[in-house]
Design a protein around this ligand. Structure first.
Ligand code: SAH
Length: 397
């Protein structure tokens, strides 16, 4: 058991924590300077020292730590971690049984009861993301639970301690049998090559599983598809699997070419029948307009923020313009899949950008369907910001 420390919450914020808000944010604390030791267990108390909630201190971009329980008698110990993680694993039992999908998230931070910690599963290889020094203090507790699972082969980790959530370069191997990379995993029958020990990004963003499936199953057959900000080309591969007449993948990063060739190849697809372009998307838009290129389906999945030589892209400021460029090269009756993982605006605001872009382009549209995080990326209603993913399928008239 760990030593607990009382920390006073300012009166105007007490109610928020009583209602279940999990993020301990600096402004809520009367004296945040009392917090010094990352991983310290803290009891949030009101002005009269009445218990509100128990959590841990861990600095990350979003705050000063996370609430773990609102039961004063519950200890934060090995048994606590075992209970939370076991519950999360059981919650994904249908995914563990699904032979067509061997990569998914098994623990999603505050959604599963422990903020600052996520765990992904890649066919027996667990990948832990630690978002603060504070949560990293509980490494032994977390690792032990995973080692006891039936499916366990090995554990890797990503340290994202930097207050901006930046990845810290390291050997990410923790325990078990070192993997042979690329590791081949499956998602709805499609193969992905995954690298768990080559920096922050492993090759696939698991939160788009439903969107990829939908693109393959309902939007790609016979279509000329453009995938912007394509990274390893995951959307392109799904579109090709769904019968796309051709896919074009555009990403500014040099690594994206080899990675995309690899993703097509491991799925038995001829990458030479596809266009894989290493270029700034903003340059590509200009090129496409000049050459009168148009597409039936355009997928837009930019980072929330990116700086390149010529451009700074910020989703909250520039998404509307990105859509206007896209509308200009989308066929009549074509579809745009607009995606963002930016947590600083919600779906309503995102739809506002979409509406403005079409209005300013003088084009009519219809919203066909929308997606947010899939069920393995569990979220809670008390923390709406946690449900960051917004994807909208839009038909252009
Ligand atoms: N859609 C991808 C994930 C995108 S990650 C998937 O489904 O896997 C964001 C990508 O955008 C990165 O690969 C990054 O290299 C790329 N990127 C950032 N700015 C860019 C720009 N201006 N032009 C093209 N690609 C860009």
């Amino acid at each position: 058991m760990y030593k607990e420390k009382n920390i006073k919450v300012k009166s105007q914020h007490v109610n928020k924590f009583q209602k279940g808000y999990p993020l301990i944010f600096k402004e809520a604390l009367s004296d945040p300077r009392l917090l010094q030791e990352e991983g310290q267990i803290i009891n949030l108390v009101d002005g009269r020292n009445q218990f509100i909630a128990k959590g841990y201190y861990g600095r990350q971009n979003k705050g000063y730590g996370w609430v773990l329980t609102r039961d004063e008698r519950e200890d934060i110990d090995q048994a606590f971690f075992k209970k939370k993680i076991t519950k999360a694993l059981n919650h994904r039992s249908h995914l563990f049984q699904d032979e067509e999908t061997t990569a998914f998230r098994v623990f999603n931070g505050e959604g599963d009861g422990i903020g600052g910690l996520t765990i992904d599963f890649f066919d027996g290889y667990y990948l832990i993301n630690w978002y603060s020094h504070g949560i990293y203090q509980f490494k032994q507790e977390v690792v032990e639970v995973l080692q006891q699972t039936e499916t366990y082969k090995a554990i890797y980790e990503k340290k994202r301690f930097d207050v901006k959530g930046q990845y810290i370069e390291d050997d990410d191997f923790v325990s078990g049998e070192r993997g042979q990379f690329p590791l081949m995993v499956k998602e709805n029958g499609v193969n992905f090559a995954v690298y768990l020990n080559e920096g922050a990004m492993v090759g696939v963003f698991l939160d788009q599983r439903e969107v990829r499936k939908r693109i393959r199953d309902a939007y790609s057959d016979g279509k000329n598809v453009l995938n912007m900000f394509s990274y390893t080309g995951a959307f392109s591969v799904f579109a090709a699997a769904g019968g796309a007449s051709k896919t074009t993948s555009v990403d500014v990063a040099n690594r994206s070419l080899a990675k995309t060739i690899e993703q097509f190849s491991i799925n038995g697809m001829d990458h030479e029948a596809q266009d894989i372009i290493v270029e700034d998307v903003f340059k590509y838009f200009k090129y496409a307009v000049k050459k009168n290129l148009t597409f039936d389906l355009v997928i837009l999945d930019p980072p929330s923020f990116a700086k390149s030589k010529k451009h700074t892209f910020s989703a909250s400021k520039d998404y509307k313009d990105l859509l206007k460029d896209t509308i200009a090269i989308t066929e009549k009756n074509g579809v745009i899949v607009a995606s963002t993982n930016c947590s600083t605006f919600d779906m309503k605001k995102f739809k506002g950008f979409i509406d403005a872009a079409f209005k300013e382009s003088g084009v009519n549209y219809k919203l066909l369907e929308e997606y947010s995080l899939p069920e393995d990326f569990k979220t809670i209603k008390e923390f709406k910001e946690g449900n960051y993913l917004k994807v909208v399928f839009i038909k252009k008239y």
